[in-house]
Design a protein around this ligand. Structure first.
Ligand SMILES: [Mg+2]
Length: 258
């Protein structure tokens, strides 16, 4: 059985929000009269615009987005985003979520293929996995520039499914990308939700996804997504997970139920 993993918010925290973007916006804003927040707004706006045009892979190309925004705002320097990612791969900016390394080791020993399925380009994600010492626990890494698609698109899920045929379990935290996307691709969806209320978390794993509160939690998850409008076909019902876990360490017990 193939296991695929979202990275950000599930396996690791990347250095973009606390290291890379603050430096990028600080450099671009000099001489523009804009605040860092306004520069960040331009960067997010460009990413969203690409998404709206259906250029979903380009929406994750931060080097290209930042070069374009810099040029538009009169910034004359050049910024190597992948280099900044490596610079900020320090304990203040990156970490693995609790129970991640030991759980991945357990699953590896059990013989499951462990595959990364992330919308972050390889050049931004691999250095973080390496710095955290978990890169070698995965058998393969699938990223948008490699597959020509991005979650929640079906083609993103099909890429690992072709290489590892058979049952597929996907684990992620973003409702649209990881639950709706996995469901559409015929995978079993596992939602990692660290803020899962005790009312649901206190139930056995087999009964959590069916709790009446889940529909509301999933609706809230969709509302948190900045790009929900890009998916008019999306519904709450089609985005419901098969399983819900509050911490990564609960994953092996879920797999016993599959
Ligand atoms: Mg995520």
């Amino acid at each position: 059985m193939l296991l695929t993993f979202d990275l950000d918010g599930v396996v690791m925290k990347n250095p973009f929000s606390t290291g890379v973007f603050p430096e990028v916006t600080g450099r671009i804003r000099e001489g523009t009269g804009l605040s860092q927040k306004e520069v960040m707004g331009e960067i997010i706006g460009e990413a969203k615009s690409r998404m709206g045009q259906g250029r979903i892979v380009d929406a994750y190309d931060w080097d290209d987005i930042i070069a374009l925004v810099g040029q538009k705002l009169g910034f004359s320097g050049s910024i190597d985003v992948a280099e900044l990612v490596r610079k900020y791969c320090t304990p203040e900016h990156i970490y693995t979520y609790p129970e991640v390394p030991e759980t991945l080791k357990t699953l590896r020993q059990a013989g499951y293929p462990l595959v990364v399925l992330t919308n972050g380009f390889r050049k931004y994600q691999l250095p973080v996995l390496r710095a955290l010492g978990v890169a070698d626990l995965f058998d393969a890494i699938y990223t948008p520039e490699m597959t020509g698609a991005a979650k929640p698109e079906r083609d993103m899920y099909l890429a690992p499914q072709r290489r590892y045929p058979g049952p597929h379990v996907h684990v992620g935290d973003t409702v649209i990308h990881d639950l709706w996307g996995a469901n559409q691709a015929g995978a079993i969806s596992v939602w990692v939700y660290h803020d899962l209320p005790d009312l649901v978390a206190s139930l056995p794993l087999s009964r959590r996804a069916g709790h009446e509160l889940m529909e509301e939690l999933i609706t809230q998850g969709i509302a948190r997504d900045l790009n929900a409008a890009a998916y008019p076909q999306l519904t709450t019902v089609d985005s419901m997970p098969d399983f819900v876990i509050k911490s990564f360490g609960e994953l092996p017990a879920v797999l016993d139920l599959v």
